[in-house]
Design a binder for this molecule. Structure first.
Ligand code: PXP
Length: 237
């Protein structure tokens, strides 16, 4: 199982004061040295944390494959096609949300997504779709012939007990459905050192993208230790 470290919230701390520090690229380098496998940044339309210059700096300033998380808006698509990250993960984006809320409605946005997926594919960028563990949405992702999906684990992480078990069953079915169609299955949102073990029954998980909890933990123990702790736990998968 691979770890993609989302460093958005390093930029959140920087933007809070308009300083030049802390530097998300430096955090990415520390995560890389600690054994992470990829770096994720989300260039939001409102630029609340990651800025355009960060995305360019990530391209050359750190050694890991870069996953650019983004809404499917014309402005951000053009930026992605210029920066050429290794991977883009298309997510729904609402201005007022605290963080990404739920997966893409691939069915409702099929044509717009198809158009962007083709452009990214032609540019040599791998496309991932962030989706809920819903069989209808996964079927639509299969029709779009994306090489990977990221299953939204946010609801699973928020629930407890029986409700979490019900979410788990949906995630298991979704992972099996996508894997059977030859799609790489990633997952992310809301994962932390406390809830991650509960996700382990989900088969075929390739990469976990983890941000907020890891950066929060890094405030206490440092980026290197926080990355290693997560990798140690993931090694039990
Ligand atoms: N994956 C996607 C698609 C996301 O939108 C986010 C949040 O930016 C994450 C993973 C990471 O979530 P968290 O910060 O809760 O670990």
């Amino acid at each position: 199982m691979f770890l993609g470290v989302n460093v958005d919230h390093v930029a959140t701390v920087r933007q809070a004061r308009g300083t030049a520090y802390p530097d998300p690229v430096e955090a990415a380098c520390l995560a890389a040295a600690a054994g992470a496998h990829g770096i994720t940044v989300h260039l939001r339309e409102d630029r609340r944390h990651i800025q355009d210059a960060d995305v360019w700096a990530m391209r050359t300033g750190q050694p890991l494959p870069l996953n650019l998380e983004m809404g499917n808006s014309p402005e951000i698509v053009e930026i992605a096609l210029n920066v050429l990250p290794d991977e883009v993960c298309l997510v729904p984006e609402k201005r007022q949300e605290l963080t990404t809320e739920g997966g893409l409605d691939v069915v409702a946005q099929y044509e717009a997504l198809e158009n962007s997926c083709c452009r990214f594919r032609d540019a040599g960028i791998e496309v991932s779709l962030f989706i809920d563990p819903d069989p209808v949405q996964i079927e639509a992702a299969i029709s779009l012939r994306v090489p990977l999906i990221e299953l939204h684990t946010g609801t699973f992480c928020e629930r407890q007990g029986q409700e979490r078990q019900a979410c788990l069953r949906e995630l298991v079915r979704a992972a099996e459905q996508a894997h059977a169609a030859g799609i790489q299955v990633n997952a992310g949102h809301g994962l932390n050192l406390e809830n991650l073990r509960d996700l382990f029954p989900v088969p075929h998980l390739h990469t976990l993208n983890i941000g907020h909890s890891l950066i929060a933990r890094a405030l206490m123990v440092g980026m290197t230790a926080a990355t290693k702790e997560m990798l140690d736990l993931m090694s039990e998968y």
